[in-house]
Design a protein around this ligand. Structure first.
Ligand SMILES: Cc1ncc(COP(=O)(O)O)c(C=O)c1O
Length: 348
């Protein structure tokens, strides 16, 4: 019963098989291989964008930092949510890779940015004033750190404001698959058709061993990307092994099938726990994460039974479900929580 993160789960069999297949024969190094070329095609087909440029890297932090560095000059401002991974959890990688861009954290309920907050921030920026950092990028996280996600219309509305002010739009899609599986929309409608310029298309959390793709929907934005990836140490000599994972992930809807299973498990948990006395679902479930406020006795009882999850904030806990979630495990957790709730009521 480990709900600490979707990173705790292993890799999907189809991805492991793709690695075994890629292992059979010698192949050219540094991305000049057949699988890396095939991946470009697979992603172009998936996103219905024939000119899109994609670069595999090994971590989400590298993907975000390299993408932001390609979109933002050192004197630029990157507007992001105050809880965003790029702002809170990347040890300054975006600042380092951009050569000093300023991340401006903005507030917003449920990890989401709103048009009002973004417009306000942009109205306060002094464009052309040489003493101030210059507005350059809007960074959105899909799904958000609170397990909610943007609809294509919400993304488009934010992008429209960004574009009016000359900003590029970056999307941290570490859980992009979960968001798309939730809304059932086309990936292109949630990205470039809505105005997103670069997407970090996450796979590691959703069944890959360790692979993410940076997608540039405007080839001109990718001009420096190869050099920046090399300087960051993410130009793998055996690139075919990153590409094999991502290619398998993109094909036959694997990314969506895995995400649907993780999302369904999150809903199962939320439905099973929300009715407990004293429980309160903190955010609607729109991906594979459940944030729920539980009585302390229940939290402690679950932990004593070796269930693993984050204590998020006070008695709010975060439960993250994975691509290989099993109903029986969800049900064991729910039954245990119910048992603890009954016991708690009897003892009060
Ligand atoms: C929203 C978000 N972005 C990016 C990442 C990528 O992180 P990593 O560099 O650990 O692959 C994570 C991982 O926790 C995340 O939650």
């Amino acid at each position: 019963m480990n709900f600490m993160s979707d990173n705790v789960s292993g890799a999907a069999p189809a991805i492991l098989q793709a690695l075994l297949d890629a292992n059979a024969d010698p192949a050219p190094s540094y991305g000049h291989d057949r699988l890396t070329a095939r991946l470009q095609d697979s992603l172009r087909t998936l996103f219905d964008h024939p000119a899109m440029v994609s670069l595999p890297v090994a971590t989400g932090t590298a993907a975000n930092a390299i993408a932001l560095a390609c979109l933002c000059p050192p004197w630029g401002t990157i507007y992001c949510h105050e809880q965003s991974h790029v702002h809170v959890d990347e040890c300054g990688a975006p600042e380092m890779h951009t050569g000093g861009a300023k991340l401006v954290p903005l507030p917003g309920a449920d990890g989401k940015l709103s048009c009002d907050v973004l417009s306000d921030a942009l109205a306060r920026a002094r464009k052309g004033f040489v003493h101030h950092q210059q507005p350059a990028v809007l960074s959105l996280t899909q799904a958000t750190e609170a397990g909610r996600s943007y609809t294509p219309d919400e993304t488009a509305a934010l992008c429209a404001i960004a574009k009016r002010h000359g900003l590029k739009v970056h999307m941290d899609g570490a859980r992009f698959a979960n968001a798309i599986a939730h809304w059932g929309c086309a990936p292109e409608d949630a990205t470039w058709r809505a105005g997103v310029d670069a997407l970090c298309f996450g796979a590691t959390k959703n069944g890959a061993l360790g692979a993410e793709a940076i997608l540039f929907f405007n080839p001109a934005d990718a001009e420096q990307a190869g050099y920046r990836r090399k300087r960051s140490g993410h130009l793998f000599s055996k690139m075919r092994f990153l590409s094999a994972q991502l290619d398998a992930y993109a094909r036959d809807d694997l990314w969506l099938r895995l995400a649907r299973r993780a999302n369904a498990a999150a809903h199962r948990l939320a439905d099973g726990l929300a009715g407990l006395p004293g429980a309160r679902l903190v955010y609607p479930v729109e991906a594979n994460e459940v944030f729920i406020d539980l009585p302390l006795k229940i939290i402690e009882g679950l932990e004593a039974a070796d269930a693993a999850f984050y204590r998020w904030d006070g008695t709010v806990v975060r439960l993250v479900t994975s691509w290989n979630a099993e109903d029986a495990v969800m049900d064991r957790f729910i039954n245990l929580a119910n048992h603890l709730a009954r016991h708690d009521q009897r003892s009060t």
